[in-house]
Write a protein of this length. Structure first.
Length: 426
């Protein structure tokens, strides 16, 4: 789910961009045979690799990455050897078939990682895999205790750490930019995660998130906010009571940033995690943060099409004995949702109710006779004739929040008035 292409496709879908999925599939036996012959430089003797290719096909189901990985593992275990006398590769078909029986393909890369790279490099892979397909080497070094603060670490220098050099030389990592490395293949990242025992994986991620949250300088934390918060959320129920407010604040911060980036599905997850951290006590202990987590969470749910969650969150906020200013965001989201559904009549009622709660004038939701429209038009026209352009441009900016909210709600209901009661605001 964290692959850049997956995230980009998800964001495109949220924006209404249609995509076409082409299922490429795996190689068939004939093409696996050609690939094996090509790798072993035996293109002119394809028949000689028939048995080996059939074994590889059965082992890998024609997945190109696993075909190459399996051949490499055969060479690592000396089941596939190059004979300088004959200037050709040699192997024992029965020994290769035996490997097929004794080892599952899912474990091949994990075993290769354990046998071919040092322990320190394995530790770096574990941390990097938790950060995603791409990661900052400086953050990995920080998590491994090589630095006290990411702000004091040169990213360019961290690329020269011995374990990063080893992993790049092994073809496991590659440079994405001057400050970022990435896994050479998705399966390498997944297998790196498998280096962490499954029963310890969640606690490992959560502990890693806690370490990074404490060590990364506040000025740099925003650069790694999603990774750090997501890791800490891996074991959200184990967060100590004295850290829950700070975790809720971090989730709120991550949710707002995700929403600003258009990743509303991610934002919805962060807002939910923040609400879970505060619980019902949040309404009393952290009312402002709780209201924001509910209001922004409702908006994220609306954008994601999760109307049930949106409605539940809005109803809970509106049922509280809090100010209209605190409820305003939820009213705004509710109007947006009704507008999307072309449900015009309730929008006008909500708008007028909000203005009433704000202490502002309210128009009656009924047709207005033409003579009254003309009377108000002439009155406005006379008033404007006494005002110059300079008078308007030099007017003081409105700072009263209630007045601003009242004007904003009028803008929100204009479309509904046009459809349901056009003479109400001619």
């Amino acid at each position: 789910d964290s692959h850049p292409l997956t995230l980009q496709l998800r964001e495109g879908a949220q924006l209404g961009i249609s995509t076409t999925t082409i299922d490429i599939g795996n190689l068939d036996p004939i093409h696996v045979k050609s690939l094996v012959a090509d790798v072993l430089s035996m293109e002119d003797h394809e028949d000689a690799v028939s048995t080996l290719a059939a074994t590889v096909q059965k082992k890998t189901d024609g997945n190109v990455f696993y075909v190459l990985l399996f051949l490499r593992s055969l060479a690592e275990e000396e089941l596939l050897q190059y004979n300088f006398g004959t200037m050709r590769w040699h192997w024992d078909d029965e020994a290769v078939k035996a490997k097929l029986v004794t080892q599952n393909v899912a474990t091949v890369l994990v075993d290769l990682l354990r046998s071919s790279v040092s322990e320190s490099s394995q530790n770096a892979l574990k941390v990097a895999a938790c950060l995603g397909t791409s990661f900052s080497p400086s953050v990995v070094a920080l998590a491994l205790g090589e630095q006290d603060d990411v702000s004091s670490l040169s990213d360019t220098g961290s690329l020269n750490s011995s374990y990063f050099d080893e992993l790049k030389e092994a073809g496991l990592l590659e440079r994405e930019s001057d400050e970022v490395l990435r896994f050479a293949h998705d399966q390498i990242q997944l297998s790196s995660l498998d280096l962490i025992p499954e029963n310890h994986r969640i606690s490992f991620k959560s502990k890693l998130g806690g370490i990074l949250m404490k060590k990364i300088h506040p000025d740099r934390l925003d650069d790694h906010l999603f990774e750090v918060v997501s890791l800490r959320n891996s074991s959200i129920g184990s967060v100590p009571a004295d850290e829950r407010v700070s975790m809720a604040k971090m989730n709120l911060r991550a949710g707002i940033k995700a929403a600003e980036n258009g990743s509303f599905d991610m934002a919805e997850v962060y807002f939910k995690a923040g609400r879970e951290q505060l619980g019902d006590a949040g309404w009393k202990d952290e009312p402002d943060m709780t209201i924001q987590l509910y209001s922004e969470g409702a908006n994220a749910s609306f954008v994601c099409g999760d109307f049930e969650t949106m409605g539940r969150l809005i109803d809970e906020v509106l049922a509280k004995d809090i100010s209209i200013e605190a409820k305003f965001r939820c009213y705004d989201v509710k109007i947006h949702a009704l507008t999307a559904a072309s449900d015009w009549a309730p929008i006008i009622d909500i708008g007028m109710d909000v203005r009433r709660q704000l202490g502002q004038s309210v128009m009656r939701n009924k047709p207005v006779p033409l003579w009254k429209i003309m009377k108000e038009y002439r009155k406005t026209d006379r008033m404007l004739k006494k005002v110059t352009t300079d008078d308007i441009t030099t007017m003081p900016q409105v700072e009263d929040k209630k007045v601003i909210m009242g004007q904003l709600i009028m803008e929100r209901i204009l479309q509904a008035v046009y459809h349901a009661q056009p003479t109400m605001m001619p």
